[in-house]
Write a protein of this length. Structure first.
Length: 379
């Protein structure tokens, strides 16, 4: 009986020893396997410094405004890992481009000390939509300039510009933008915002052409829509004294964008050079002469005149004649005014009640240009 108990005791002890030996051998094999990977790709584990690995990256297809990076500081690493920055590396025609993520766009913030055997997931709040459908490399840098890299192919989603329709000879008060969700896009897109340079056009000023619909607007893959932007380019300061390049951006709720550069002509320069009144006691009318500067990029069509006194606006001014460059042609508005030319508008409007009062006389064009002058009626 005693021998039997000793045999059981030895068997239990043998099992414990066998488990311990198995654990040690497993750890050694795991270590050798990991080190073998580095040796196989020609790398060595640097002594005395941290060695990190990127275990996963996530680029959410429904929101290209951020991506997540999971980093491991393995137990076999020699030290705590001080993570200093994160970047996206993309391939361009000129080679590789490193796109550093702004430090204040990374959560948790960097620098970040990652202990041995620990894992952390960083959220990078930076838009990656322009790299959709491409293979990017996520790089995590350490304080000692080493780090880890992880290749990833992002989902294919593209919003493409079809065309813009901006013609200042027609109007400066609106323009059209046509975009298409690519046939290869994996998801629908919702157009939510249009910007002219960095200026966001109010959504209530944007409509779908030929539809009674406003933003946001969904585009299925391979679907195209044209948006009319009722937005005065002169009043919003994008037309200058010389021609200039501007960027139009169409943004979606999912974070993807389409960008196009347009060159706009210089502003048309108009000037009211003279206002003359009928001689008292006759108060039946007045003449207004307006000119188009010789350097203006194109013609305008003069369409109407208004008179404003305090809060009163009078727009029922009758034009009985139009004098082109001192040659009477008669007719009514709109009247063509070419660069270097002038028009004298013969206006019928009784100003008896405004003798001695200052008014604002404004000349308008069909293109959206306007020119004003302050004048005091004789008394």
């Amino acid at each position: 009986m005693c021998a039997l108990r000793n045999k059981k005791g030895i068997s239990t002890l043998s099992l414990i020893i066998l488990l311990l030996v198995s654990g040690i051998i497993g750890a050694i094999l795991s270590y050798l396997w990991t080190v073998g990977y580095y040796v196989e790709i020609g790398l060595t584990i640097p002594e005395g410094v941290a060695t990190i690995a990127i275990t996963n990256v996530t680029f959410p297809i429904e929101n290209s405004n951020y991506f997540d990076v999971t980093v491991l500081n393995p137990s076999y690493s020699y030290a705590e890992a001080k993570i200093t920055s994160i970047a996206l590396v993309t391939t361009t025609d000129d080679g590789e481009s490193i796109n550093n993520i702004e430090a204040d766009s990374i959560e948790p913030s960097v620098p970040y000390a990652l202990e041995k055997g620990k894992t952390i997931t960083f959220r990078c709040n930076q838009n990656w939509g322009e790299f959709s459908g491409q293979i990017v490399r996520v790089v995590v840098f350490l304080q000692n300039d080493s780090g880890a890299t992880f290749p990833h192919e992002t989902s294919n989603v593209k919003l493409n510009f079809v065309k813009t329709e901006i013609d200042t000879k027609v109007t400066i008060e609106r323009f059209n933008v046509t975009v298409r969700n690519s046939v290869d896009s994996l998801i629908p897109l919702n157009v939510a915002e249009i910007l002219f340079d960095s200026i966001s056009i109010p959504s209530q000023n944007i409509t779908v052409k030929d539809e009674n619909a406003t933003l946001p607007q969904q585009l299925q893959p391979n679907q195209t829509k044209t948006f009319t932007c009722n937005w005065n380019m002169l009043e919003n300061g994008v037309l200058g004294v010389v021609s200039s390049s501007h960027t139009i951006t169409v943004k979606t709720l999912q974070g993807y964008s389409a960008v196009k550069t347009e060159t706009l002509p210089a502003v048309v320069s108009l000037n009211i050079s003279d206002v003359s009144f009928t001689a008292l006691p006759d108060t039946s009318g007045f003449n207004v002469t307006i000119s188009n500067h010789p350097a203006s990029p194109h013609f305008v069509n003069v369409s109407r005149i208004t008179i404003k006194n305090d809060t009163q606006v009078f727009d029922n001014i009758t034009i009985t004649g139009v004098i082109h460059n001192s040659t009477t042609t008669g007719g009514t508005l709109p009247a063509l005014l070419v660069p270097g030319g002038n028009l004298t508008l013969q206006c019928v409007w009784n100003w008896e009640a405004f003798k001695g009062k200052e008014v604002t006389i404004t000349v308008y064009t069909t293109q959206g240009y306007a020119r004003s002058i302050y004048k005091t009626f004789p008394e």
